[in-house]
Design a binder for this molecule. Structure first.
Ligand SMILES: NC(=O)c1ccc[n+]([C@@H]2O[C@H](COP(=O)([O-])OP(=O)(O)OC[C@H]3O[C@@H](n4cnc5c(N)ncnc54)[C@H](OP(=O)(O)O)[C@@H]3O)[C@@H](O)[C@H]2O)c1
Length: 423
């Protein structure tokens, strides 16, 4: 039996989980673990503190280490650490979506030159196996669409807003108290985390480089109790959806934003911190993968799985099978959100006079937008009313023009929200 030496960078939520799981595998020897604060008390049974170092370069430069497991996060110093490890001929297992979304192509290119692999099952949707299935058993397919709930924190907040009629602020506070949201929740609630994950999924599904800066991102901070209520009345749930699709012409549309999802749709039934990824392609058709998208144990399942796959490959040969290697050379032709077609939910506040609905209808018509549902909700004390419109499939740029025109009328006082719809 070949014994593989592992060097871990990071011993937090994910790192301690991975350490515990790997204790049952005799072919894996954890040689060293780098942490930031070497004096911090580690709450791990029978743990030998001598394994710890505060210098991660001790790991990436150690000639005895075969695999570097990076579970620390961020891009600095992680990017330089992993480059050093790869240059020293080490295979990499990482859970770091931010690093891969921002610097993946440079790292994959270097890894290919140095004949090593980078595995990252845990970087997208925690415990759900999604990267390996796309790279291996689905490789005969032309994948055209991925739609997913890839952020547990925002899904938890939106679920509680809908179930308990909470405001965004109260639901966020509860999520923080229960440990589902960080003290600074920006990365989750503004859509950055989901954007990193959909960038990774799109790049391997379409085999093209995705520019993270060209991904349209809109978080959940503007979702109101009124939106949640109107969505429910219309037969929808509001979810933060990460979407990637490739047209027949090869145009790639990647974005993250909240959507009204029909309550009949599978993604509308994914609640709390659960994640779900739906993939469409030929010849397979539509697939759905659902499960825990974060947490120490589910995430360590994916990290440890990558390590053990690599270990069994390296037992047979020094070169793991080429299917695991993805080095995208072609740059995706990413289109701007203004070029996309969607159905829309538009909520406006209008003065309560008989002409308001007619004005809204005329402006939509003039901008090639067909309305499928229009509803006026109660009358406010200041003699205004909320009008909610659901449109048929329309072009985003036309909808944005219509909103500007609506605001220039005397009867439309405010655009409350614009959300896209998934049926
Ligand atoms: N948590 C999840 O559920 C989850 C799920 C999927 C993916 N991930 C990804 O997994 C990674 C780790 O997440 P986590 O939740 O485990 O984070 P965490 O609990 O904050 O742990 C981070 C660990 O990295 C160590 N560290 C930080 N900077 C370091 C440096 N410069 N050198 C050496 N060690 C350093 C910290 O040391 P100290 O212990 O001394 O502070 C800590 O042990 C991130 O990329 C995250 O996005 C997390």
């Amino acid at each position: 039996m070949k014994i593989l030496n592992i060097g871990m960078i990071g011993f937090g939520t994910v790192g301690t989980g991975v350490y515990k799981v790997l204790q049952s595998f005799k072919n894996i020897n954890i040689k060293k673990i780098a942490v930031k604060n070497i004096n911090k008390k580690r709450n791990v049974e029978n743990f030998d503190e001598k394994l710890l170092t505060s210098d991660a370069y001790e790991i990436v430069n150690n000639p005895e280490i075969d695999i570097v497991v990076e579970v620390s996060g961020g891009t600095d110093p992680t990017y330089d650490l992993l480059k050093t490890a790869i240059n020293n001929g080490k295979h990499i297992v990482t859970a770091n979506k931010e690093l891969l979304a921002k610097k993946g192509s440079e790292l994959f290119k270097l890894a290919q030159e140095k004949n090593v692999v980078i595995l990252y099952e845990a970087a997208v949707a925690g415990g759900i196996p999604i990267i390996m299935p796309i790279k291996t058993i689905l490789c005969a397919n032309k994948l055209t669409k991925i739609a997913g709930i890839l952020n547990g924190t925002t899904n938890y907040i939106l679920t509680k807003m809908a179930e308990k009629d909470l405001s965004y602020e109260t639901a966020l506070k509860q999520a923080q108290e229960l440990g589902y949201a960080e003290t600074d929740p920006t990365g989750d609630v503004k859509g950055f985390d989901a954007a990193y994950k959909i960038a990774i999924l799109a790049s391997i599904s379409f085999n093209k480089k995705i520019d993270i800066n060209k991904i349209y991102k809109e978080g959940i901070t503007k979702i109101t109790e009124q939106d949640i209520k109107s969505a429910k009345e219309l037969g929808y749930r509001i979810k933060l959806i990460a979407l990637a699709q490739m047209s027949d012409k090869g145009e790639v549309d990647v974005r993250v934003h909240p959507m009204l999802v029909s309550k009949k749709h599978l993604l509308a039934k994914v609640n709390n911190a659960t994640n779900s990824v739906m993939i469409s392609g030929y010849p397979v058709g539509d697939l759905a993968f659902t499960g825990p998208g974060a947490g120490s144990e589910p995430t360590s399942s994916s990290v440890a799985g990558d390590i053990l796959v690599l270990a069994s490959e390296l037992e047979a040969s020094d070169k793991p099978i080429p299917l695991y290697v993805r080095n995208q050379t072609e740059i995706a032709n990413q289109i701007d959100i203004s070029e996309t077609y969607n159905e829309y939910y538009i909520s406006v506040t209008a003065s309560n006079n008989p002409g308001a609905i007619g004005v809204a209808g005329t402006i939509c018509g003039n901008n090639n937008i067909n309305i499928s549902t229009i509803m006026q909700k109660g009358i406010n004390e200041d003699n205004t009313a909320e009008i909610v419109v659901i449109t048929e499939r329309s072009k985003e740029s036309d909808v944005q023009n219509a909103l500007k025109e609506l605001l220039n009328t005397d009867c439309i006082k405010k655009i409350n929200n614009l959300l896209r719809v998934m049926n």
